[in-house]
Write a protein that binds this ligand. Sequence first.
Ligand code: SAM
Length: 404
Amino acid sequence: MTLWDKKSRIVITCAKGVSPFLKREVLSFGFPILSEGISEIGTEGTLENTLRLNLLIRTGQRVLFLIQAFNAKNPNELYKKMAQISWEDYIAEDGYFSVTSSVNNPTIKDSRFANLKSKDAIVDRINETRGRRPDTGSERDKIVVHLYWRKDECQVFFDTSGEPLSKRGYRKIPLKAPMQETLAAAVILATGWSGNGSFINPMCGSGTLAIEAVMIALERAPGLLRSNFGFMHLKGFNKSSWDTLRRKIRAVSRDKFNGRVIATDMSQQAVETAKKNAATAGVDRLIEFGVCDYSETPVPSSGGVVILNPEYGERMGEEEELKETYKGIGDFFKKKCQEYTGYLFTGNLDLAKKVGLRTKRRLSFFNGPIECRLLEYDLYEGSRKMEAPNSKHQMRLQIEKSKI
Ligand SMILES: C[S@@+](CC[C@H](N)C(=O)[O-])C[C@H]1O[C@@H](n2cnc3c(N)ncnc32)[C@H](O)[C@@H]1O
């Protein structure tokens, strides 16, 4: 048995609120659920299994593989225990690694000190056994060692993802307030859209929701877009079995789906950026783009999902202007989207009230540090509730009832 075939604990981290969707994904890939937290799911498997997880997971941020767990009361004990791990079996003496950590120990004020102690222990161990010191730094594009230290309990992991999985590689041009790719995927999974009916995304910005929606509909693994992961830099990484796995996973994805994906924004620059990002992701031919006010977005009669992620008004004065926009979204939902389920993703609940429709479901997510809500509106029901009592619709209902 090689180090790559040994079973251990695997922890997959995610943004707060995303773990129920991550759990479903992990189960669907055939892995057991050993623990659940607000921002992580625990499972088990081999280092080899982390390749598949890194390729397939849409909603998780990092795939952590446990190397060893031990007790350490203070930094000196940490150094001692860290230096007992056979790092030379994993990290080449001419390699490069960085250390990240999550520390809550009374003897540590600054977690960077724990990182430094860990780095020293690893470098010293490799130098003693191999006669050369690997390079270290803060870049996360090679090997990443992650230390989780609570009171005196330490868990040492490889962060097999390296750079977080939200960095899919298709969003090259930064725009204002983009949604993290992994969060966008979780939001789409929450809507239940998987390729049937239309997915309408006015205010598309850099196109994250539309791109993730197409990738979900095609069942295309998000990791196929990336060429670099942390595990690739570990000793014993088998490039040819990685290539075979990628080929197999690529082969199961589809190249078309029944529904339509429509993405619009009033900003020409945003739409150009979204198109470029979609092209990098290889899905531009499957998204119908348009430059227009959200209210002018074409809404086919197929039904499906309509989702908007407007600005939240974080700066003074902006909120006042946005009140009209949010109110208008309510009108747009009522007038143009009756066959759809409507969604609003926002970090501002006061503004969301301006939509004026009753929410059917509210889910809490975090977009970075900002607590956000995904609000669901059943638009057929919503439009019925908002009708004036003497409207034609109400009159017809009364006449029909009176016939019974
Ligand atoms: C928060 S950003 C959307 C970010 C997007 N989810 C992403 O991941 O990039 C809001 C977008 O709404 C657009 N927008 C604001 N008011 C609009 C309007 N009245 N009609 C159409 N688009 C509008 C802005 O140009 C901006 O791109």
